[in-house]
Ligand binder design. Structure first.
Ligand code: SAH
Length: 341
């Protein structure tokens, strides 16, 4: 059965024509799903009983079942959802003073193999569909009875390895008659799939692009992130420059600090050299050690020194607050445990 949430409004209008319905019905259905946030066709009371029945026969609402929910002392919540085909995905909800941010997964598993990430070593299963990506937001909003204001594609998966579906999901999230989450409040994070950076630049979205950089030399970056062998730093930086030229938007570079690996003054100097003059911001992430991982967290002193060096040398850098580490919901910690149990 087709998932009704896989369609954006325009597509839903076309889809309804195929079952002999007028396009304005699509707007009503969209409103029920994304504004009223109902969980069944039955609740769409301004549609005729006959239409509700036909919708039920032809489409699924794809309501996730919560398999597990963990809550951190800092208020961060981690959900394990049953995506209705025997697989499970994780979604994290974080509370900041400026609102609620959801960290969504884009794939079941990941092919990138970053050495510091908990998704590595777990088999890749499949891409999530647009509706399955969006459902993470609806399920969390329904569970917490609240509205989510920010979305980051920083859960499991490489968004640019599931490009079409991620773009469609963004359109549904962003639609004024849908979830109405401003594009400026949506961030897409990539390990550096270069051709898709060029594509993304042409989409005309106001979303933030985050690049997981983590190292400044090809040797070191390849040792941490195998994707760098296919798309080395020179080509990655060229794509970033082109992105900035076309969109006039600031790029956010993620840099996870690992002790005695990429966290000393020489690394900071090389990072300044690489990013000097670019419209960008650096997000420093204290690396989270994963089970059997070779990388461990830098000392607080080193992290602060690294940040200060960047700031003193013209690169705006902030340290990302760690949320949810007690429930394994911090960066790179998702999923491994559930599969082991
Ligand atoms: N595949 C995408 C998005 C998912 S990961 C990407 O690579 O960007 C989101 C962010 O968390 C990335 O910057 C990733 O490099 C980082 N990350 C992964 N594992 C981590 C860990 N153990 N400690 C700190 N950051 C980690």
């Amino acid at each position: 059965m087709k998932n009704i949430k896989d369609f954006n409004l325009e597509e839903l209008k076309e889809e309804l024509k195929t079952i002999g319905e007028r396009p304005y019905r699509a707007e009503q259905i969209f409103q029920w799903i994304y504004v009223e946030k109902v969980k069944s066709f039955e609740e769409m009371t301004n549609l005729s009983l006959d239409l509700r029945k036909r919708l039920e026969e032809n489409y699924t609402m794809c309501n996730y079942r919560i398999l597990r929910k963990l809550e951190s002392v800092d208020g961060t919540k981690k959900y394990l959802f049953d995506v209705l085909d025997g697989n499970a995905i994780e979604t994290v909800l974080m509370e900041y003073h400026h609102g609620k941010t959801i960290c969504v997964s884009s794939q079941i598993g990941c092919k990138m193999g970053c050495k510091f990430c908990a998704s590595t070593g777990i088999p890749f299963v499949r891409n999530l569909t647009p509706g399955e990506i969006v459902e993470q937001i609806l399920a969390v909003e329904q569970d917490t009875n609240s509205q989510i204001s920010n979305v980051v594609f920083m859960g499991i998966g490489e968004p640019f390895d599931n490009y079409e579906n991620v773009m469609k999901a963004i359109k549904i999230m962003n639609h004024q008659k849908g979830l109405n989450i401003g594009a400026r409040h949506i961030s897409v994070s990539t390990s550096g799939v270069v051709p898709r950076i060029y594509d993304f630049a042409k989409e005309g979205f106001q979303c933030t692009l985050s690049i997981s950089l983590h190292a400044t030399s090809n040797e070191k970056r390849s040792s941490m992130m195998p994707v760098n062998r296919k798309y080395p730093i020179e080509g990655l930086m060229k794509a970033c420059q082109e992105y900035i030229r076309l969109t006039n938007k600031r790029i956010s570079f993620e840099y996870a600090l690992a002790k005695e690996n990429n966290d000393n003054l020489e690394d900071a100097k090389a990072l300044v050299k690489l990013l000097k003059g670019m419209l960008c911001h650096v997000n420093l992430i204290p690396i989270n050690k994963i089970e059997n991982g070779i990388y461990t967290k830098s000392t607080n002193e080193n992290i602060m020194k690294f940040r200060d060096y960047l700031n003193e040398n013209g690169i705006v850098a902030t340290i990302r607050r760690e949320l949810g580490s007690d429930i394994d919901a911090a960066c790179g910690q998702l999923r491994r445990k559930n599969l082991a149990e």
